[in-house]
Write a protein that binds this ligand. Structure first.
Ligand SMILES: [Zn+2]
Length: 100
């Protein structure tokens, strides 16, 4: 009772797999041609850029510390955040930052 149904289903599955394999091989062949054609400087440049984009390093423009961007951060040496222990600190000279 279950056997014919199962077989029928299996047949359909196999057909699908076979078709998928055909497609995959086609794609693989395509990919190989692409790879050999793209082994120029453009491809490797993308590889170099990708990891750098992942590690987003932010630097404060006021105290140059890494991890925050503005003085609003508690981590800033010259924080404008009342909760920060650096709150009372004032930047030595805003002009120095501007010169940089
Ligand atoms: Zn800072």
């Amino acid at each position: 009772m279950t056997t014919p149904y199962k077989t029928k289903r299996k047949e359909g599955k196999t057909k699908k797999i076979r078709e998928g394999k055909k497609k995959l091989m086609k794609d693989k062949r395509k990919g190989l041609t692409y790879e050999s054609g793209m082994s120029g400087p453009g491809g490797s440049m993308d590889d170099l850029e990708a990891p750098a984009m992942k590690k987003k390093k932010v630097v404060c423009e006021t105290c140059s510390l890494v991890g925050h961007v503005t003085r609003k951060s508690q981590k800033c040496k010259y924080s404008t955040n009342e909760k920060s222990k650096f709150y009372v600190n004032l930047p030595p000279a805003v002009e120095t930052v501007l010169v940089q």
